[in-house]
Design a protein around this ligand. Structure first.
Ligand SMILES: Nc1nc2c(ncn2[C@@H]2O[C@H](COP(=O)(O)OP(=O)(O)OP(=O)(O)O)[C@@H](O)[C@H]2O)c(=O)[nH]1
Ligand SMILES: [Mg+2]
Length: 309
């Protein structure tokens, strides 16, 4: 961040390609001691007998593989970071690699692929800026150096010679091509991010920074406190905070104090809660049920009646 030219270059390069985001952020919120961390541990089959209170936000990253169409995510074990990076980069050039494999030796594949990648890169830089502002990686035999005195962005200051960069790029691509990435693999790498929030009120002023519409929320509430006014207010606070960040248009989401209008809008909102919230009732073991309730127990009935969920 201290090298201004590198930042500009990086921002320009970001415009030269796009990728589908396959991350899901699951945010777990609720009042202090509601059982958020215990719930996560339980969901992942971990021991939850000795849980300590969360400080700030604890983030867990769970790597998965997912088919784009069936919605099933399978958890991956071990480190797949390198394979993931290789797959993400090579799949962009699937067609080129396959064409090259058909008529060339492995050596030529690398050269052709590299040529195409480099060519595409300089082509993009022309398209984006109207002039060649991004200093392309080049090789004497393929693409001519395009960094001239007219370039508005100079290459970042490094000790590397241009040929050194191209050699390193070649080596990287060779390594990737040898890494057995299955270009026909229909499953894509995906990441589940679990954000376990601390329930302390001291952290509530940070909500605006961390709550976003690009998440699914688990709101944890103690079932044995369903009649406690303070607990109800806290629960409502979480629901309101989350839905401050919805994406649906204002008309559908605005909670109008005018009651007749509110009832009309309420039914519309019922169908399209956004971002999605899953309500989890904890402390079921501490519920004192009367004899009639024991068999027909409905956790949703325990939710404070005036709370919109
Ligand atoms: N009896 C009972 N105890 C629970 C239940 N869930 C959690 N606890 C206990 O409640 C205490 C607090 O649980 P945590 O999981 O740390 O709660 P938290 O919501 O993560 O708390 P903070 O991180 O401080 O906001 C722990 O001692 C847990 O063992 C439950 O369903 N029943
Ligand atoms: Mg916790």
């Amino acid at each position: 961040m201290t090298d201004k030219r590198s930042v500009e270059l990086y921002l320009k390069l970001l415009q030269s390609g796009s990728e589908k985001k396959r991350d899901i952020r699951l945010v777990i919120v609720g009042k202090k001691g509601a059982g958020k961390t215990s719930l996560i541990k339980r969901l992942f089959g971990e021991d939850n007998t000795d849980v300590t209170s969360t400080n700030g936000i604890e983030i867990r990253t769970i790597k998965c593989k997912a088919m784009s169409d069936d919605g099933v995510w399978n958890k991956l074990d071990g480190t797949n970071e390198e394979a993931e990076i290789h797959a993400r980069l090579l799949k962009q050039y699937k067609g080129t690699i396959e064409e090259s494999v058909e008529d060339e030796t492995h050596e030529a594949v690398t050269d052709n692929t590299l040529k195409t990648i480099l060519y595409k890169r300089s082509e993009v830089s022309e398209t984006v800026s109207g002039q060649s502002e991004i200093p392309p990686v080049y090789s004497e035999s393929t693409v001519k150096p395009q960094v001239s005195t007219e370039s508005t962005i100079k290459p970042p200051v490094t000790n590397q010679q241009p040929n050194q960069s191209i050699e390193e790029a070649k080596k990287d691509i060779e390594t990737m091509l040898k890494s057995n990435v299955d270009l026909h693999d229909k499953e894509e790498y995906a990441t589940l991010l679990l954000w376990d929030f601390a329930g302390d009120e001291e952290f509530y002023h940070t909500h605006q920074t961390f709550l976003s519409p690009d998440a699914i929320y688990l709101v944890v509430t103690k079932l044995n406190e369903a009649d406690d006014k303070e607990a109800q207010e806290m629960f409502q606070l979480w629901m309101n905070s989350i839905h401050c960040y919805c994406r649906l248009d204002d008309q559908k989401n605005k909670v109008d104090s005018n009651s007749s209008e509110m009832h009309e809008k309420k039914s519309e909102r019922d169908d399209c809660l956004d971002p999605p919230v899953v309500l989890v009732g904890s402390y079921k073991d501490k519920l004192e049920l009367s004899s009639g309730e024991e068999n027909g127990y409905d956790p949703l009935q325990m939710c404070p009646s005036q709370v919109k969920i």
